[in-house]
Design a binder for this molecule. Structure first.
Ligand SMILES: Cc1cc2nc3c(=O)[nH]c(=O)nc-3n(C[C@H](O)[C@H](O)[C@H](O)COP(=O)(O)OP(=O)(O)OC[C@H]3O[C@@H](n4cnc5c(N)ncnc54)[C@H](O)[C@@H]3O)c2cc1C
Length: 275
């Protein structure tokens, strides 16, 4: 039995698996993935896997957009379907955030994302179930997928938190949901679950090699966005490990030092998870 490996990956979630795959694609096959439970037993199996491109910084938008192409073509690239379901994604903000939305959409278009600012009238045509007001602002990504859920800020132990449903939170959310989608007023709650995600101070991950510990790399702190970025995280981290630098997408803005050097990424919006 071999007692050495070229790379040892800790954690068999979507990131560890993506990295393992991409290392192999770059020729590093003498690798070991360690998982303390079963594959995808952490955040990955709890994820809603929303694939949206709307972020306030270019690197995250690029990671999400290039990853979407992989999810769409997963069968050809990896050998089985990803389950990508194109639903479209509409971000709705109040008039006070219109300018922020316009700046983001301009940046997204420069990256190549299929996105547009649309009118309330257009929203009513695309999604007639939505109650929207003319003074709100809307960004539409036709190629994105899935629906958003809810969360609460609570610090808990990763191995002993309550994985059940928080009914008061569900009730409050349903009340809000019914304001935006009046047809949901009579909907029945069919069940749910709780999951954890790790959050960094600026709601973006750390992708870096750790200075002072030769050979240690981290891809952590995905702050609720990791699933959509995972194909490109695996690829760029594999490039960093094998070639010493990520070349497909420049990930240097996601370095660890940004938190001590005052270079945190900033969201143009007030809602942290929008990042
Ligand atoms: C409720 C919820 C909704 C989400 N919605 C979205 C969404 O809509 N869109 C999106 O893009 N992202 C979403 N996310 C975030 C996304 O799921 C995560 O960013 C992503 O799954 C992180 O993957 P990971 O591989 O880093 O972590 P994980 O999936 O948590 O994998 C880490 C693995 O490491 C293992 N492990 C831990 N310690 C050790 C150890 N010492 N030795 C060996 N193994 C160990 C764990 O068992 C686990 O399997 C959501 C997350 C949650 C919880």
């Amino acid at each position: 039995m071999s007692t050495t490996a070229e790379a040892v990956i800790i954690g068999g979630g979507v990131m560890g698996c993506s990295l393992l795959y991409n290392l192999a694609q770059l020729g590093m096959t003498h690798t070991l993935l360690l998982e303390k439970d079963v594959l995808a037993s952490g955040s990955t199996s709890r994820s809603q896997a929303i694939l949206r491109m709307h972020y306030s910084n270019e690197v995250t938008t690029r990671l999400a957009w290039e990853s979407l192409n992989v999810f769409k073509d997963f069968d050809t690239i990896v050998g089985s379907a990803s389950g990508y379901t194109r639903t479209g994604y509409i971000l709705i903000v109040d008039d006070s955030d219109r300018r922020a939305m316009e700046e983001n959409v301009a940046m997204h278009k420069a990256v190549g994302v299929n996105i547009d600012i649309i009118s309330a009238e257009a929203v009513r045509e695309i999604a007639p179930m939505l109650a929207v007001a003319d003074h709100e602002a809307f960004a539409y990504e036709p190629e994105s997928g899935y629906l958003v859920g809810v969360g609460e800020k609570e610090y808990v132990g990763p191995d002993d938190y309550n994985q059940g449903v928080d009914m008061p939170l569900v009730e409050a959310t349903c009340a809000n949901l019914a304001k935006r989608i009046p047809g949901m007023r009579d909907a029945l709650f069919r069940g749910g679950w709780s999951g954890l995600f790790t959050v960094t101070p600026d709601w973006h991950p750390i992708l870096d090699r750790i200075k002072g510990i030769d050979g240690l790399y981290v891809a952590v702190g995905f702050s609720g966005h990791g699933f959509k970025e995972s194909p490109m995280i695996g690829l760029t981290m594999a490039e960093l490990i094998v070639h010493g630098q990520a070349t497909t997408i420049d990930i240097t803005r996601l370095d660890a030092k940004r938190f001590t050097q005052g270079r945190e990424l900033k969201s143009r919006y007030g809602i942290a998870v929008l990042a």
